[in-house]
Design a protein around this ligand. Structure first.
Ligand code: P1T
Length: 379
């Protein structure tokens, strides 16, 4: 089945009791059992809920995998993955990540004895130099938040093949419409469902998708045992969001390309980070592993002055200053003081995350209006 058909139909059946086309919001905490232990696969809504099950199956289908698990947020999904590890185990992580991912690794899990190495994953030699007998997990995002770097998922997966090391890819920026990491050799796909999958800035949720039955069981154990599950209303909203994922993503990509090309020519803009440019250092890898380049763009203002960046952001009329991304409306964010404030400045500067960097989540409004907004704000 092709992607657009799966987005609308996968995981979703007419409701068996009424025939309702839309999966109902099963707003219930528990389920009647005719005799102890006799049930229809649903015992208690932390463990299973029919609305969540439909969403989990839909997400699994979109990533070409049999198993999906939903969590109360993207970070709760990441939390479940790191709980697979034991004290002393080592993780090789990309050094260019959402600030909250860096924070949970450094500030939550390091104190339980998990060792994190942050490396530039564009250079596979840097990954190789950190592999040892204790390495259990490689963690990466691509495109990265906020520098829009591209990491070669297939090359990284090949590097650790048959070494008892899992590869987890945060696929939030690309979505399964543009990139399918499990087909490129990764073991775990993670999503902040909050973003493009939900698509309407009205839900916080996370997800994991895997192909391996044992890995699914282990992660489902933490989903149930630790209990960071989303409610059925949120699962319903994301099921609705997914039905238009492909249509929205096409427009995000088209608008993103127009905005990136406009910024590229602007005299006040120093650098534009967007993998669709032929001169982007990993454009060839983006072409190989992505269907298109998405709606996320970062850029710096000439002079690298934080106040200049703030000045531009405060003048925007359509790009709202806000954390998050991936909704239908355009947003702008100042990573150094907002989403990546928990990353120390010396680490930020190493990856080029300057104080003048502005990140745009280009929405699906009319591109001419978005460009007019950039024009007046940059004046
Ligand atoms: O916010 P939450 O649903 O818990 O997801 C965390 C997360 C994980 N991975 C990536 C790539 C993300 O971008 C995020 C959340 N990011 C933002 C809120 C942001 O504005 O970048």
């Amino acid at each position: 089945m092709k992607f657009a058909t799966k987005a609308i139909h996968a995981g979703v059946e007419p409701d068996p009791s009424t025939g309702a086309i839309m999966t109902p919001v099963y707003q219930t905490s528990t389920y009647a059992q005719p005799a102890p232990g006799v049930h229809k696969g649903f015992e208690y809504s932390r463990s299973q809920n029919p609305t969540r099950t439909a969403l989990q199956n839909s997400l699994a289908a979109l990533e070409n995998a049999p198993y999906g698990l939903c969590f109360a947020s993207g970070l709760a999904a990441i939390d479940a993955v790191i709980k697979l590890l034991e004290p002393g185990d080592e993780v090789i992580s990309a050094n260019d990540l959402y600030g909250g991912t860096y924070r949970i690794f450094k500030k939550v899990f390091e104190k339980y004895g998990i060792v994190f190495h942050f490396v530039n994953m564009e250079d596979t030699k840097e990954i190789e130099s950190k592999i040892n007998a204790k390495t259990r997990l490689v963690w990466l995002e691509t495109p990265t938040n906020p520098m829009m770097n591209i990491i070669d998922i297939q090359a990284v997966s090949k590097l650790v093949e048959n070494k008892n090391i899992l590869v987890a890819v945060d696929n939030t920026f690309a979505t399964p419409y543009l990139q399918q990491p499990l087909d490129l050799g990764a073991d775990i796909v993670m999503h902040s469902v909050t973003k493009y999958l939900g698509g309407h800035s009205d839900v916080v949720m996370g997800a994991l998708v895997v192909k391996d039955a044992t890995l699914n069981q282990q992660l489902a154990f933490y989903q149930n045992s630790c209990g960071a599950v989303p409610g059925p209303q949120d699962a319903f909203l994301v099921l609705r969001g997914i039905k238009t994922l492909h249509v929205r993503m096409d427009r995000h990509c088209a608008n993103g390309a127009k905005v990136a090309n406009y910024l590229h020519k602007h005299p006040k803009v120093a650098q534009v980070y967007w993998p669709g440019f032929a001169e982007h250092k990993n454009h060839a890898i983006a072409l190989k592993q992505m269907k298109n380049f998405g709606g996320m763009i970062s850029f710096t203002i000439k002079g690298d002055d934080q106040q200049d960046a703030f000045g531009v952001m405060e003048k925007f009329e359509l790009f709202t200053i806000a954390e998050s991304l991936g909704g239908v409306e355009s947003l702008c964010n100042h990573p150094a003081t907002m989403t990546h404030a928990s990353v120390p400045k010396e680490e930020r500067v190493k990856i080029g995350l300057l104080d003048s960097l502005i990140r745009l989540s280009v929405g699906i409004e009319d591109a001419d209006d978005l460009i007019a907004d950039l024009e007046q704000a940059l004046k």
